[in-house]
Ligand binder design. Structure first.
Ligand SMILES: Nc1ncnc2c1ncn2[C@@H]1O[C@H](COP(=O)(O)OP(=O)(O)OP(=O)(O)O)[C@@H](O)[C@H]1O
Length: 260
């Protein structure tokens, strides 16, 4: 393994954030490497979205260090996140129903030819290539978003992250409210992002999805890290225990057993 592959794409250390009297995050660490899907899980209010918003440049930490490929960075705005190669898909997807797939992929980042004219042909070519890379089943890049299913819309939102050569993609509950078949397609896209060498942060409440697609599972509880688990080898009960607090991450055993 070379040095370049050992340095995390994204490293967050000691991240804290308060909202008035609420301590949303208290000294949280998170690493994401190339070719890695890290699932961020935790109960409601654990701090997952707050952490994701910091990576996306929507919130800034009160304290803590963020590095991208070993370089300390600040991410004060979504534009700064984009410039650093971070793409985020929030639950609202931020797509336009009246526009076709290509226009949605390039929204605000349209390609132009040498004369400054919008280059629809090139955008369609790139759109087709991205959908092929993700093995998407969307029938045409010219179909309006309003005609697509919830799963296909999520596919477009994920495909959109690949415009502008990102390094890190953050997905906030991408399978919430999808059918089994649509979920399977979205999980395949997540694997596609990993195959392309990206680092993926997947926020999800669905343990089946998480365990099927993630490499590592990071548990947050009450704004703190409460365990980092190998997704392939760790049992459901152990992860659930870390989420609910039945298992202390630092001890690896239930609190009752630890006390006896
Ligand atoms: N803008 C805000 N103002 C005040 N409190 C906030 C704000 N955003 C988040 N919080 C609080 O911070 C804590 C962490 O919230 P966060 O949304 O990050 O959790 P989460 O793990 O994403 O939860 P969920 O799964 O319910 O989305 C919660 O107590 C929440 O109420």
């Amino acid at each position: 393994m070379t040095d370049a592959t050992r340095v995390p794409l994204l490293s967050m250390r000691g991240i804290s954030k308060r909202f008035g009297g609420v301590e949303a995050l208290a000294g949280v660490d998170l690493d994401v490497h190339r070719h890695e899907v890290v699932a961020l899980v935790g109960d409601n209010g654990a701090g997952k979205s707050t952490l994701a918003k910091m990576v996306a440049g929507v919130l800034t930490p009160d304290t803590g260090l963020v590095e991208i490929e070993g370089v300390p960075v600040s991410i004060p705005t979504p534009a700064a996140a984009h410039a650093l190669g971070v793409a985020t898909v929030f639950q609202d997807l931020a797509l336009c129903d009246n526009l076709d797939v290509t226009s949605n992929l390039f929204l605000g980042r349209e390609l132009r030819d040498a004369r400054g004219v919008r280059d629809d042909e090139r955008m369609e070519q790139v759109a087709r290539q991205i959908l092929r890379d993700l093995t998407s089943r969307i029938p045409s890049v010219r179909v309006p978003l309003a005609h697509l299913s919830a799963g296909q819309r999520q596919s477009v939102a994920i495909a959109r992250t690949l415009i502008g050569s990102p390094r890190i993609v953050v997905l906030d509950e991408p399978t919430a409210a999808l059918s089994v078949a649509q979920t399977a397609e979205v999980l395949m896209h997540i694997e596609g992002l990993r195959d392309l060498g990206l680092g993926v942060v997947l926020i999800s409440h669905n343990m089946t999805d998480v365990r099927s697609v993630a490499d590592r599972i990071e548990v947050l509880r009450h704004g703190r890290n409460n365990g980092s688990f190998d997704a392939r080898t760790t049992g459901y009960e152990r992860i659930l225990g870390a989420i609910t607090g039945a298992v202390r991450a630092d001890l690896g055993v239930p609190p009752v057993a630890a006390a006896s």
